[in-house]
Design a protein around this ligand. Structure first.
Ligand code: HEM
Length: 441
């Protein structure tokens, strides 16, 4: 602690925070998005950024894509790549000299931050687990888990939709996929929160130490699990990856840890926001909720509209490997480019009345909430199934669900969604046979 490197990093972080803070005070919309506190409603700032052009250059050295067309072209353009350990302020998590070699940060040392050909090679190994056929087989499992969670909700009284339902559904699904014990779900939530939080960029040395501790804990946990599964394989994804060979050699433990760690963290910290954000949007728009309940066949469109309207991952990063000219702006080689997925999803050029939540919108599927191009979310199909089943069954079971208190949003800028969503069933839960609807005493 207190090394010269740490002092240097602390000074850089302080300088960056001061610069962003000073710019935010002038009303600069991008500085406000990146500022000290996540904006309660970032969408007006996104509008102002897009008003400067589909692609704009920001004084802190970032390029920003805020229109649907610019965002989609960048994500699909092979000249734009992901950067290992991409981070706004250039602060990495590895503290000891050999950390990067001995530990695995699942968001920074996995396919999410790899480029072809390594990205292609590794993604191909896990893709079959997320194929349409695999999803069809998994659907009944998701339905059973959702019903179990609904059965476990407090009967007749208020509950927190996030903690008691929205978190538990994706955790159950991912634990089953990886063969993990759900009893440890609090530990997984803690890991997810610590790691996805760094998508905002690390701002303090304390945060950096916390992230390093989580990375070490996860590496050791999965390392031990791999050894156990090698001795006693199951029918889970981890056991399957241990059997895989690439060019005649087994997959390195580091690659397996990166992949399963990413699936664990990316698989629930986003989906919870889709389920909770979707519930919140439907509760605030009674006519849309009625339509959704009367015509459940609209579930796919409704989930697309939630993804567009309440985008869980607000932005991602890319760097061009050669100079690129886009919408009249020259983006130099290796210039960090922020792709504002959430701004693209409210672009009026593509979505009429973009700030309206409308599950009948004909082109809601054009959203970029799952990104595009070669990093298109691997779990998109699974997240859709979870959200469709969760939202349909929640409102079937509690047809008169209402908001029951103040909603609090997460404080992070990149991962966005309700943190606390107090709701009340208003009616006693409907039993599985559909019997027993009665007013609360
Ligand atoms: C609402 C839920 C979800 C959202 C909004 C979401 C969003 C995203 C986004 C935006 C990316 C790409 C980032 C980029 O282009 O830089 C991504 C990648 C990824 N997601 Fe998701 N995700 C969700 C659920 C899931 C689930 C359920 C899983 C797995 C069980 C998953 C696994 C992955 C993986 C492995 C990648 C990396 C793909 C690659 O780099 O090739 N995600 N996700």
């Amino acid at each position: 602690m207190g090394t010269a490197r740490e002092s240097g990093l602390a000074a850089r972080m302080l300088a960056m925070r001061a610069l962003v803070g000073a710019l935010a005070a002038t009303g600069d919309p991008m500085a406000r998005v990146l500022g000290r506190r996540a904006l309660a409603d970032p969408y007006p700032a996104y509008e102002r950024i897009r008003a400067r052009g589909p692609v704009s250059k920001h004084v802190v050295g970032l390029h920003i894509a805020a229109s649907h067309d610019a965002a989609k072209s960048i994500l699909r353009d092979p000249r734009f790549q992901v950067e290992p350990a991409a981070d706004h302020v250039g602060v990495d998590w590895n503290i000891r000299p050999d950390d990067e070699r001995t530990l695995v940060h699942p968001m920074e040392q996995s396919i999410l931050t790899m480029n072809p050909p390594r990205h292609t090679e590794l993604r191909r190994l896990v893709a079959p687990w997320f194929s349409p056929k695999a999803l069809r087989e998994r659907r009944s499992h998701v339905e059973r888990m959702v019903d179990e969670r609904l059965d476990a909700l407090p009967r007749g009284g208020p509950f927190d939709l996030v903690e008691d339902f929205a978190i538990r559904v994706p955790i159950s699904v991912i634990c089953a996929l990886l063969g993990l014990s759900e009893a440890e779900h609090r530990r997984f939530v803690r890991w997810g929160t610590a790691l996805t939080g760094t998508l905002d960029g690390m701002r303090t040395l304390t945060e950096r130490r916390r992230v390093r501790a989580v990375v070490a804990e996860m590496t050791h946990y999965f390392g031990a699990l791999l050894a156990q599964r090698a001795r006693d394989p199951g029918d889970d994804l981890i056991s399957a990856l241990l059997q895989v060979e690439v060019a005649g050699r087994p997959l390195a433990a580091r690659d397996i840890i990166g992949l399963v760690g990413l699936i664990l963290v990316a698989g629930f910290d986003t989906t919870v926001n889709l389920i909770a954000g979707g519930t919140y949007a439907l509760l605030r728009h009674p006519e849309q909720r009625r339509l959704f309940m009367d015509e459940p066949e609209r579930a796919t469109d409704a989930v697309n509209e939630v993804l567009r309207y309440e985008t869980p991952v607000q932005f991602t990063l890319r760097v061009p490997r050669e100079p690129v000219s886009l919408h009249g702006v020259d983006v130099p080689s290796n210039a960090m480019t922020v792709v504002l997925l959430a701004a693209a999803n409210r672009d009026p050029e593509v979505f009429a009345q973009p700030h309206r939540f409308d599950i009948t919108r004909p082109n809601s599927h054009e959203h970029l909430a799952f990104s595009a191009g070669i990093h298109y979310c691997l779990g998109a199909g699974l997240a859709r199934v979870e959200a469709e089943v969760a939202l349909c069954r929640l409102l079937q079971r509690f047809p008169r669900l209402t908001l029951a208190g103040s909603v609090r949003y997460r404080r992070t800028r990149n991962i966005r969604g309700p943190l606390v969503l107090p709701v009340h069933p208003r009616l006693a839960p409907v039993t599985k046979s559909g019997q027993g609807i009665r007013r609360e005493p």
